[in-house]
Design a binder for this molecule. Structure first.
Ligand SMILES: NC(=O)c1ccc[n+]([C@@H]2O[C@H](COP(=O)([O-])OP(=O)(O)OC[C@H]3O[C@@H](n4cnc5c(N)ncnc54)[C@H](O)[C@@H]3O)[C@@H](O)[C@H]2O)c1
Ligand SMILES: [Zn+2]
Length: 365
């Protein structure tokens, strides 16, 4: 037997720009062309984004090759859609010198990003997020993927975008429920990293719900700074990046038990309330702090209770099957105070006993 070693050079450090503004969509193709002058362009979007008029603003002539996902949303976030995207690109004679432009919410970004990761072993993707979720969260960080029939994001890859263009104006056509639920990721960013940002959200809540442009620009910038700094410190989610999971452990369980009747942000809002109750139980934070947090969530029309149709046992079962569970039980991200995660031995997600969770759950009904 012989063994040879093949040295793999370390991946070169790269960076990508995030451009934030109002009315950028009509200039986005020029930005992409300036960055990729010799590349072919291929747009991936979905039918609702197209019907909202955003595709026309990006590509007024309609002559850029494209794939429009139909129906829009999670139900299309499958490997079959990614295959269709790749095959459509082949039919349009796209080569490795192609850049994919993802115009839409998190589902479009995840599918287009994953298609870019695997098309001819990887081509660049430019993300143009159009929802509060995508602008605060999914467009930055490089996670891409699609669901299997068994679980969410079962197929996936880290594939960082070459550029992110955030146009606040695109949020104006988003429906109220989606708009508000997506803001929960902004609240989460403030809670885990930045107490001043939380104050800012609190004092501007009316302007935020009224979709005031300057406030939304400030929020987009803050979100990207926070997400980028966490991702820079921990690109492949070994430790600090787990902080972004605040409210998501119980949130994911509620989301999946509701059969996705609850939106992601709505479920995470319940998860944030749950985390608060666990923090109180563990004497980490006081009730006054939770009142502030619950008040913001209520102002964003978020539910604070688990729907009665979901049993406590169902939540426990789902927690045991959590993607991040070790020995069938997940770790939890908890706050010490607003803006600061409670770390033990430098670990951002910590052990919480099942008994304590069982004691907390009844308070969420
Ligand atoms: N990759 C990551 O790091 C990451 C992070 C968070 C969430 N996600 C993923 O993101 C997805 C959720 O994203 P989402 O909430 O943006 O959902 P989405 O992409 O399904 O968009 C929600 C709905 O709004 C429509 N829409 C989008 N933009 C619009 C606009 N400007 N005007 C009118 N309608 C518009 C869409 O067509 C869709 O019907 C989930 O699949 C989740 O797993 C990924
Ligand atoms: Zn989330």
């Amino acid at each position: 037997m012989k063994e040879l070693n093949v040295k793999v050079p370390a991946v070169q450090e790269t960076s990508y720009p995030i451009i934030i503004g109002s009315g950028l969509l009509s200039k986005a193709m020029k930005m992409v062309n300036d960055k990729f002058p010799r590349y072919a362009k291929f747009i991936v979007s979905d039918i609702c984004v197209a019907n909202a008029g955003l595709l026309k603003t990006l590509d007024p002539q309609g002559n850029i090759p494209k794939f429009i996902i139909n129906p829009a949303g999670e139900q299309s976030k499958t490997i079959q859609t990614v295959i269709s995207i790749v095959e459509q690109m082949e039919k349009a004679y796209m080569g490795r010198d192609t850049v994919i432009i993802a115009l839409g919410g998190g589902t479009v970004g995840d599918m287009a990003g994953f298609a870019a990761a695997i098309f001819k072993r990887g081509i660049p993707v430019v993300q143009i997020p159009t929802t509060t979720v995508a602008q605060a969260d999914s467009s930055v960080g490089g996670k891409t993927g699609v669901d299997s029939t068994i679980s969410k994001n079962a197929f996936g890859s880290f594939h960082h975008p070459a550029m992110v263009i955030i146009d606040i104006q695109t949020l104006m056509t988003l429906d109220d429920r989606q708009y508000m639920a997506g803001l929960i990721e902004s609240v989460k960013h403030a809670l885990i990293m930045d107490a001043e940002y939380f104050d800012f959200i609190e004092s501007n809540i009316e302007n935020i719900t009224a979709r005031k442009t300057e406030i939304l620009e400030a929020i987009a910038e803050k979100n990207c700074r926070i997400k980028a700094s966490v991702v820079e410190n921990d690109p492949t989610e070994k430790n600090q990046r787990r902080a972004l999971n605040y409210g998501h452990t119980i949130g994911h369980a509620v989301e999946s038990a509701s059969n996705f009747d609850l939106l992601h942000g709505e479920s995470v809002a319940i998860g944030i309330v749950a985390a608060g109750l666990i923090e109180e139980e563990m004497s980490l934070a006081d009730n006054a702090q939770h009142k502030r947090i619950r008040n913001i969530l209520a102002r964003l029309n978020m539910p604070a209770k688990i729907p009665a149709s979901i049993s406590q046992q169902q939540i426990i079962e789902l927690l045991k099957r959590d993607k991040k569970a070790i020995n069938s039980w997940p770790k939890f991200v908890l706050l010490e105070k607003i803006g600061k995660v409670h770390c033990i031995d430098n670990q951002w997600a910590i052990d919480v006993d099942e008994k304590l969770i069982r004691k907390t759950l009844p308070k969420l009904y």
